[in-house]
Design a protein around this ligand. Structure first.
Ligand SMILES: [Zn+2]
Length: 330
């Protein structure tokens, strides 16, 4: 990825539309109409330099309710960061799962997860069709990609990049991106990251914030990281410098609710905690009792649950329990 090869660079065809070097186009990928008859299309902004270089995918909204990722890609398009690459091609898709986006849902309307439907089939279920539109039309064109996600509903992820130990290129890419945390996580079956990896293409997955909520920090860290990667690839002129150490996490685990009740946290994501340190309080609704939740291990809080009412056993704090500090990539 970092070795500058001779990029094959000629006309690029996306969904039967040709984009020549030096040209920009907004290409529609149609998947399926809504039951109302409305045509839904996935919009791909294609921007091409006349100078040969890599082709990079910038993707949001694989999960329709993960709005921070959508905002990061939207902002980059709106600010013109992606419009005039110094070399190569940028393909930016703010929302892949448009069906989930309009329904405030992670999934498509039948409840299937697009990110567990890759590579997908054009004649399959809706999730499979959405996945196939990317696998068939876009993945063959790219050299690498960045895929912007958030945590789930009420589950906040402190800004972090995820990579698989099988893909050393992804770790290098993550260090250049330089989020506060880089987390080693295995490739999930039928995910975009796994299918792209099998096609020889690295996809860096970024997670920040929670579903359906804007989070300024998560948007900022994702936006800056994207620019650092594009700058490292010599595709944009400038990027914010990474001046901080990165916490590289190789093992994670959850601290769960030891009892049910109203939970008020006193520590939140991004903090380092020591074993036995208080993390919050369980309170019963009748105002009779208050019990402290203590950390059962040391580490960094990489994500937490924002739900105020919890059941015993609910996952409350995601802890990076084995970690080392690494320097941002050059
Ligand atoms: Zn997601």
């Amino acid at each position: 990825m970092w070795n500058d090869k001779d990029f094959e660079y000629g006309k690029l065809t996306l969904n039967k539309q040709t984009v020549e070097p030096g040209e920009n186009k907004l290409v529609n990928l149609n998947v399926a109409r809504l039951p109302s008859g409305t045509q839904i299309s996935i919009k791909a902004h294609v921007a091409r330099s006349s100078n040969p270089g890599p082709t990079v995918l910038i993707l949001g909204g694989v999960h329709g309710d993960e709005i921070n990722g959508v905002e990061i890609v939207r902002r980059a398009v709106f600010e013109g960061i992606l419009a005039k690459p110094l070399r190569g091609t940028i393909i930016a898709i703010p929302v892949l799962n448009v069906y989930g986006f309009i329904n405030f849902s992670r999934d498509v309307p039948d409840g299937k997860d697009v990110n567990r439907a890759f590579p997908g089939v054009s004649s399959g279920s809706l999730a499979s069709r959405v996945a196939a539109s990317l696998t068939k039309n876009v993945l063959p064109l790219i050299d690498l990609g960045m895929d912007f996600h958030t945590g789930g509903r009420t589950l906040y992820n402190y800004p972090q990049a995820r990579y698989s130990s099988k893909d050393p290129g992804a770790f290098e890419l993550a260090k250049v991106f330089a989020p506060p945390f880089i987390i080693q996580k295995p490739l999930i079956s039928k995910s975009l990251r796994k299918i792209a990896f099998e096609m020889g293409k690295t996809i860096l997955v970024y997670e920040g914030g929670e579903a359906l909520r804007f989070d300024g920090l998560a948007i900022q860290k994702g936006y800056e990281g994207m620019q650092r990667v594009l700058h490292r690839l010599e595709m944009i002129k400038m990027a914010p410098a990474a001046t901080h150490d990165i916490v590289h996490v190789t093992r994670t685990g959850w601290i769960r609710a030891s009892q049910s009740g109203l939970f008020m946290w006193t520590q939140s994501s991004g903090c380092e905690v020591r074993k036995n340190e208080p993390l919050g309080f369980f309170r019963d609704k009748d105002g009779l009792e208050e019990v402290i939740l203590r950390a059962n291990r040391s580490g960094y809080i990489i994500g937490h649950n924002n739900t105020p009412v919890v059941h015993q056993g609910d996952a409350l704090f995601h802890i990076g329990q084995e970690w080392e500090k690494v320097e941002p990539g050059p």
